[in-house]
Design a protein around this ligand. Structure first.
Ligand code: NAD
Length: 320
């Protein structure tokens, strides 16, 4: 079986590529190595995959339709896993057009290539917990209304779900959206809170704590996310179109997360309390019942087990 993974040099894409290779899949990776964050980290992840049996990669932008069409002419993947995206809630406030390009135009290119492929693949794509916006009802369920996003990033992810639904309806191709909830682990993204905290803590700077620390997040360890992705990719019994939450089903207090991280790094944190940031949401909390019923998904990693794994990798990778 062959899987085409876009964004393979990204945080989740790297872990997913490794796992599919381990399971004997042929993996074709696509990434444009954009400089949203440290490109060396993406190159280092890609280098870990290069040369592995069954792996090949192309440096390509999913906005390059002709380039993407060439890939689909040469490869015939059974599954396309679309993880390439411009992520980040706060960044979307100042850089709206990158989101329009990659998340909307790029995603449309993926849909079009899948639709016209000689063998139409199953499309599994990354959505986000941010589609729930400022919803108050917890935990978030897939049947909740998601019509009131509070960032452009969230709006593009919700748009992806609508676009995918349209293609499933019109062309009978299978599309499954996965709403990831704050993923973390080794080889982590440097723009995410845990990385920013670790960097500040290890350089004896105060960490910036928004909304005075009064925030709740469903933190999901990357191995659990990958386990959920694998189950969805390999399941033969899913409907033509669906969306699922993939979270940890535990909403953690931000200050507790900071405590576990500081303990894992062996430091005492200094904190600078700041107001809520535009585009941010107060809480996320995933209901995972739907994915559990569909494919038996059950996360196993608590923050007490997962954060030390991130902390150890962070120190080693940065030589700190
Ligand atoms: N990490 C999380 O907590 C989280 C939460 C919710 C949703 N998601 C979604 O999961 C997916 C993967 O996220 P991640 O954390 O691994 O992010 P990431 O930025 O580490 O990975 C994305 C990869 O896509 C590549 N990319 C970006 N634009 C591209 C383009 N136009 N063409 C080709 N490649 C491109 C980047 O170079 C990067 O390597 C994204 O769609 C993201 O929106 C992530």
């Amino acid at each position: 079986m062959e899987i085409l993974i876009t964004g393979y040099a990204g945080f989740i894409g790297f872990h997913a590529s490794r796992e599919f290779l381990r399971r004997g899949w042929k993996v074709v990776g696509i990434d444009n190595f954009c400089d949203y964050y440290n490109v060396k980290l993406k190159r280092d992840r890609a280098a870990m995959l290069k040369g592995q049996r069954g792996f090949s990669a192309r440096e390509l932008d999913i906005c390059d339709l002709a380039g993407l069409q060439n890939v689909f002419a040469e490869e015939s993947p059974d599954v396309v896993l679309n993880l390439a995206a411009q992520p980040g809630v706060r960044y979307s406030i100042d850089h709206p057009f990158v989101y329009q390009k990659t998340n909307l135009e790029g995603f449309l290119n993926i849909l079009e290539c899948c639709r016209h492929a000689a063998k139409v693949p199953k499309l599994v794509f990354a959505s986000s917990s941010s589609v729930y916006g400022g919803n108050k009802k917890m935990p978030f369920e897939e049947s909740d209304q998601v019509d009131t996003p509070v960032s452009l990033y969230a709006a593009t992810k919700k748009a992806n779900e609508l676009m995918a639904h349209t293609y499933s309806h019109l062309y009978k191709m299978q599309t499954i959206g996965l709403r990831f909830f704050t993923v973390y682990g080794a080889w982590y993204r440097p723009d995410m809170a845990l990385s920013l905290f670790a960097d500040a803590m290890l350089h004896d700077r105060p960490i910036k704590v928004f909304n005075n620390g009064d925030m709740l997040r469903d933190f999901t360890f990357v191995d659990d996310i990958v386990n959920g992705i694998v189950r969805v990719v390999e399941a033969g019994n899913l409907p033509l179109y669906d969306v699922f939450n993939i979270g940890n089903h535990k909403s953690e207090k931000l200050l507790d997360v900071i405590t576990v991280l500081a303990e894992s790094l062996g430091v005492k944190p200094k904190m600078e309390m700041l107001p809520m940031q535009p585009g941010d949401v107060y809480a996320t909390y995933a209901s995972i019942e739907k994915l559990n019923k569909a494919v038996g998904y059950e996360p196993t990693t608590t923050i007490k087990d997962g954060i030390p794994v991130f902390a150890k990798w962070y120190r080693e990778y940065h030589g700190l």
